[in-house]
Design a protein around this ligand. Structure first.
Ligand code: NAD
Ligand code: LMR
Length: 339
């Protein structure tokens, strides 16, 4: 189409190039929390992804059918539907291949992601409980914070419903990867699209551990400290700048769309795609842990270990473990009680 052509002339990122490559097979994607700060731009990016043939938007907000009507005027190959109100979540989720979940409240200055637990834990648990009924074979991509706890909650709810497949449950940490690529690229004066930085652990403060030693760059200790700190607390930078108006939405929409594209590419093309995500982990650091994963048709095919760490990273890694494990355990305990 004309629009795809226009974007192709000036590819801004590998992701934009990728989403215009192909995609003939059917794929239904649902966004739960679709009317929110992340949900709306994420839905727009998914509407532009030719791999998506049906896009179901669900939110408790009454504007949701309007968001769907708005996007439905775009000439791309997906059909968009809007769903809100009683029974609407089941309709939205029916026959879904991928469910992306940014439903829940965001932070305000002075809050940690864990401060969102009381509200968002039940939102994620109830959403996933309906997923287990309406689309038990789908891939679930959890954006709602605190990711370190909401993903374990989802696993317990799915276990209780006897539909848990660890290979298809992901905490989305791709915004941490995006920030690392951007900040390190700027620092090294390199094209940010060429920069690769592993980010492992979890998705909150010190549990977010970028591995600068794997970038090939030589950093002075003070630069390592500053860059690592900025990546760990990149979310706070946005929360503060928005002055009580919420947290990262546009960058998260991009990061979420990029990760969704990877999952869809793995499902559709049957190729192995490498990504980073917070998944059930047998590496022995925590029951859920973010590291490099290989994805294929069935979801997570392999979870990769973190590789060699330098002394600076080793220290931060050890410091992170108790905090990450506590947040995972808190999620597991809630999930067991809920289920
Ligand atoms: P927002 O308040 O703008 O939007 C959230 C939406 O969720 C709202 O439209 C709301 O109506 C909807 N919602 C609430 N309860 C729901 C339910 N039971 N079912 C369906 N929809 C429901 O918030 P936002 O800025 O879009 O952030 C959403 C979540 O994403 C927050 O928890 C935030 O902390 C998290 N987040 C995660 C990352 C990450 O890297 N994983 C990045 C940014 C934000
Ligand atoms: C982020 O990393 O931007 C999100 O987790 C939102 C937040 O609360 O910081």
């Amino acid at each position: 189409t004309k629009m795809q052509h226009g974007l192709l002339q000036k590819p801004m990122t590998p992701f934009v190039r990728m989403i215009h490559s192909s995609g003939a097979r059917l794929n239904k994607v649902a966004v739960v929390g679709a009317a929110g700060g992340i949900g709306q731009p994420l839905s727009l990016l998914l509407k532009l992804n030719p791999r998506v043939t049906a896009l179901a938007l669900y939110d408790v907000a009454p504007i949701t059918p309007g968001v769907a009507a708005d996007l439905s005027h775009l000439p791309t190959n997906s059909k968009v539907t809007g769903h809100t109100g009683d029974g609407a979540l089941a309709d939205a989720l029916k026959d879904c291949d991928v469910v992306v979940i940014p439903a829940g409240v965001p932070r305000k200055p002075g809050m940690t992601r864990d401060d969102l637990f009381n509200i968002n834990a039940s939102i994620v648990a109830s959403t996933i409980a309906q997923c287990a009924i309406s689309c038990p074979n789908a891939h679930y991509l959890i954006i709602s914070n605190p990711v370190n706890s909401t993903v374990p909650i989802a696993s317990e709810v799915l276990k209780a419903k006897k539909t848990y497949d660890a290979r298809k449950l992901y905490g989305v940490t791709s915004l941490d990867l995006c920030r690392a690529e951007t900040f390190i690229g700027e620092f090294m004066n390199k094209d940010q699209r060429q920069v690769k930085v592993p980010v492992v652990g979890g998705h909150a403060g010190k549990t977010i551990l970028p591995l600068l030693s794997h970038t090939g760059g030589a950093f002075k200790q003070e630069d390592k400290d500053a860059l690592t700190h900025r990546i760990m607390f990149g979310g706070d930078e946005v929360v503060q700048a928005k002055q009580g108006g919420g947290s990262a939405t546009l960058s998260m929409a991009y990061a979420g769309a990029r990760f969704t594209e990877s999952v869809l590419a793995a499902i559709q093309d049957g190729k192995v795609v490498e990504e980073y995500a917070f998944v059930e982990s047998k590496l022995g650091y925590a029951p859920f842990f973010s590291s490099k994963v290989s994805l294929d048709k069935g979801g997570v095919k392999e979870v990769h270990d973190v590789g060699a760490l330098d002394d600076f990273e080793k220290k931060l890694f050890e410091e992170m473990k108790p905090e990450l494990n506590a947040q995972v355990e808190k999620g597991i305990a809630f999930g067991k009680k809920y289920a």
